[in-house]
Design a binder for this molecule. Structure first.
Ligand code: PDD
Length: 292
């Protein structure tokens, strides 16, 4: 039985209820985070809570919990949802804060506000060996989201439609293009390898500042892999040696097919192999409680 946290209470998922008047339901008026935990230990909690604060500030909603309270809630959820038969104990935590329930449907903010706070967890499956053998495919699509893509809002319809369009085309992810630049995936950040240099778009309102993205850049820096944060013209994807997509839930995906054509030889590239090893080592350090 899965336990969730809703507005101060831990309860079985089947019993948890939110009002139809919740602004998350009616307007998509809220923000969220997805935070992995390996071996029961939270992965990069502080940067995730920084980004949550930034998203809340961006939609003018107060943070309903202190940092210490967030940590307590998330660690308690990990404990309650631990599968005793799974020695890995890797879980993905989802948390969401909405502008809460208002007496009537009105676009204007309710006064006073009482945020709705939800947190839940699900097991993270072990990375598939297939991935390292064949990688994933992606298609480029126009980025038709709003102008504040740095905020992690629950209003995800444009992302949802893009991802589904990719799936319908037999691909795993959409790479979103605006004004000729490839900014990120529908639910992931974008990396290219060109002539041995790792390239990713710089942080801006055009993309979500991914926690996985930052770790990949950090690992590259620590291990002497040259990298550049720079705008990526969408056409550069056609000549890239490697294309990767990163996210908390899918880690580092090697894109081996783009718009139906093979990326280089159509196999996950050597720098991906190296980076994914470094990433797995980092996860092991999180499990052991020794990660920097
Ligand atoms: N999404 N860009 C977008 C649009 C995303 O939705 C995500 C993650 C990322 C990667 O961020 P991070 O490395 O911090 O996970 C980039 C999550 C996983 C989701 O919506 O489920």
């Amino acid at each position: 039985m899965t336990t969730v946290y809703l507005n101060g209470t831990f309860e079985p998922q089947e019993q948890a209820r939110v009002s139809i008047m919740d602004r998350g339901f009616l307007f998509g008026d809220g923000v969220y985070e997805v935070i992995p935990a390996y071996g029961g230990r939270l992965f990069r909690l502080e940067p995730h809570l920084d980004r949550l604060q930034n998203s809340l500030d961006g939609i003018r909603l107060g943070n309903p919990l202190t940092r210490a309270a967030w940590r307590e809630v998330l660690e308690e959820l990990l404990r309650r949802n631990r599968d005793p038969d799974d020695p890995r104990d890797d879980q993905s935590l989802y948390l969401q804060v909405t502008r809460g329930v208002a007496p009537k449907r009105d676009h204007a903010f309710p006064v006073p506000e009482q945020a709705t706070v939800l947190a839940m967890s699900s097991p993270i499956p072990a990375p598939s060996p297939e991935l390292a053998r064949i990688g994933v495919s992606a298609i480029r699509l126009p980025d038709n989201r709003w102008q504040h893509c740095h905020l992690k809002t629950i209003t995800l319809l444009a992302n949802v439609l893009s991802r589904q369009q990719a799936l319908d085309a037999g691909a795993g992810e959409a790479i979103l293009v605006r004004d000729g630049l490839a900014n990120e995936g529908a639910a992931s950040n974008l990396f290219l390898v060109s002539d041995g240099v790792l390239r990713t778009p710089p942080k801006s309102a055009k993309l979500l500042p991914g926690i996985t993205r930052d770790l990949v850049l950090e690992l590259a820096g620590r291990h002497g892999i040259p990298c550049r944060e720079e705008d990526i013209p969408a056409a550069d994807l056609d000549t890239a040696d490697e294309v990767w997509l990163t996210s908390s839930t899918r880690e580092i995906l090697p894109v081996t097919k783009l718009d139906g054509k093979a990326v280089r030889d159509g196999k996950p590239g050597p720098l991906w192999q190296r980076m994914t090893r470094l990433y797995q080592d980092y996860k092991d350090a999180v499990r052991a409680g020794t990660a920097a």
